[in-house]
Design a protein around this ligand. Structure first.
Ligand code: ZN
Length: 208
């Protein structure tokens, strides 16, 4: 299956221009199987996303993009998170305590919101966003290099805040999932691969 694992919806991400309806429309048109909403320090869309997913018969999973003291970490499988910035390690421990899955997103993006070399300090991360749609190719390549060195799972995601970027990069998983619990179980069990929209379909890649 193909899934965009990092998207911002405008209701709870003030810097996003896009609605859930627009996200699902593009995702369906491109043949994706699911999307994740990871708003900034908010899981406020959870209930509406569940209702809308049922209405349009399309899986929508709500995680969070948490702004730790060292940078952003996306996570799934938690019901709550600290209401203030904490050390990335404390947040990662929280996710693991609840059996969730967490990813260092855009670790080397030039906005001071990536973990950068703290990637090598923290323990318990599961994946690294090696293709982020709002990050330069050079910074994405550096993320891939760290991901491989650390033996973590490579994740692709658009991090879209505007319509044009929705589903630019996505993640390939071997099995279709319909629930967030199954998504997390599969992410833990499999070797995901990033994928790149080429204008007609997705190229699933090991390197880029
Ligand atoms: Zn983001």
């Amino acid at each position: 299956m193909l899934i965009d694992m990092h998207l911002h919806e405008r209701t709870h991400s003030p810097d996003s221009m896009i609605s859930l309806e627009e996200i699902v429309t593009v995702a369906k048109a491109r043949g994706l199987d699911a999307v994740c909403i990871t708003d900034h320090d908010s899981m406020g869309l959870t209930q509406y996303a569940a209702e809308y997913a049922k209405q349009v018969d399309f899986p929508i999973f709500v995680g969070v993009e948490f702004y730790s003291l060292q940078g952003d970490v996306t996570a799934w499988g938690i019901d709550s998170f600290p209401d203030h910035r904490v050390d990335a390690q404390d947040f990662i421990d929280h996710v693991n305590h609840h059996g969730g899955f967490c990813v260092s997103c855009h670790p080397f993006r030039n906005n001071n919101r990536g973990l950068e070399d703290d990637l090598k300090r923290v323990h318990g991360l599961h994946g690294v966003e090696v293709l982020n749609g709002s990050t330069s190719l050079e910074a994405n390549r550096k993320a891939l290099q760290y991901c491989q060195e650390l033996g973590l799972k490579p994740i692709g995601a658009s991090d879209a805040h505007v319509y044009e970027k929705i589903a630019k990069y996505v993640t390939w998983l071997p099995e279709q999932v319909f629930t967030q619990a199954d998504l997390i179980a599969q992410l833990h069990a499999c070797n995901p691969k990033p994928a790149i929209w080429n204008g007609l379909s997705y190229d699933i890649v090991d390197t880029f």
